[in-house]
Design a protein around this ligand. Sequence first.
Ligand code: VG1
Ligand code: CO
Length: 542
Amino acid sequence: MCLQTTTPFNDQRPGTSGLRKTVTVFQQAHYLENFVQSVLDCLPDLPGCTLVIGGDGRYHNDTAIEIILRMAAANGVARAVVGHGGIMSTPAASNLIRQRRALGGFILSASHNPGGPLGDFGIKFNGSNGGPATEALTEAFFARSRQLTTYRILDAVPVIDLNRLGMVALGPLEVEIIDSVADYALLMEQIFDMAAIRRLFAGGFRMVFDGMNAVTGPYAVEILENRLGAAQGTVINRLPLPDFGGHHPDPNLVHAAELVSMLTGPDAPDFGAASDGDGDRNMVLGRDFYISPSDSLAVLAANAHLVPHFAAGLFGVARSMPTSLAVDRVAAALAIPCYETPTGWKFFGTLLDAGRINICGEESFGTGSDHVREKDGLWAVLMWLNVLAVRKISAEALMREHWRDYGRNFYSRHDYEGVESAAADALMAELRSGLADLPGRILANHIVASADDFSYADPVDGSRSVRQGVRIIFKDGARIVYRLSGTGTSGSTLRVYLERYEADPARHGSSATEALAELTRIAAEHGGIARHTGRTAPDVVT
Ligand code: VG1
Ligand code: CO
């Protein structure tokens, strides 16, 4: 046991989803150790507890796990449950924390950020409910990190071989290395109509799942190919690699270009899907047909009762504020509540725990339910497969039918990446200062109904979160939202979210780009995007 002296770092405030920095920052002496000790110091009941530890396999994963294990041992943790090879998807970790009644878990991932020695690394703590630490807790971690002068770590112990399944002792700590795929696959079998999906594949339904050389590959191979009978080779880029094979593991139209091209043309498979670095995101595609995450959330909510886990129906849904209002229309039709939360999965936790909602999602390719406390990429894909198997129609037909019944919320997100932070802050400050004058003003043809900086009071625990994004809501229901990303590691990323409702089925055929062209111009001009950032076009449009 060793009590190591250290000096605090001043930049360890977790963002939207954990602490994310470049690998080089994490490689500084004491950097990871300081953050881990700050987290451990904020946890009650640490002695004798169980912790789950795993990551998305990106560069620095093994080193970080070794450090966390030695620190857990020195801090009185009794048992650590670790994924085979140090690998565990975020939803699988959430499930294990719940199943093992662990005090919580460390998830090592920078999710959709690029990996490798020059890429990003991240660490996040999830609590005993399996969900990301609340904002109050992450603020406590940050406060502790600014005062930390010592940390505890076991020294002079051999390095554990994370590739050997079973139990091994690390000083007083029991380390259990497990195959996290098995537990996760079992959970999925309890939720879905596996027989119906098996029949779908047996009937010739073809799909491609892009693992993006990130964490989901092994889970997808086991569930889709081995248990559901999808053709061998359905899962591409299936091998988790420390640099994700040089790819950017962000499942969107830009970074999953290979999958998009495979889904194009008359001979393309029926269905395509991709997941991100840590397996919590999903993008789904029909043949020649892109499905926006907001639409996916809405259509899955509308058809959830076809899935055994939701056979009794939904009792509530939630979406993050920038996510489109498509799911609100489904909730209204079902006469169930729809909650609007700030961006980030941590805000769904209290609602899920309290049994107020059983499906929720974000526009950023995140969909999930009460089965775990994280968004879950493969779960969303299985939801689609289950619904398609029962409805016996194509993904495109299902979506078009949904628009016909509920109307279509045209939606798009524009990201301006790597903007100079001072410029991005100035843009947001200017937007905030102009909010009071907006209601009643006409921007192009649209009358502003309301404008604010979104704040949220958690209906379960009453905690408040402020400054969660500037929104301008027009009388016709159209919306523009501006916010800065909380997951980047250099400069700032400005996100602009655009949405417009169209009831008329005759107009549902246009592309989101066409339908949102006017709103895009208004957003650029009103935000002074070119003036502040020098950019005339976004880097990524989803
Ligand atoms: C982004 C998304 C947000 C998501 C978060 C973590 O955050 O917008 O919806 O919850 O990433 O997802 P931001 O602050 O960059 O907009 V993941 O898959 O990185 O754990
Ligand atoms: Co992720």
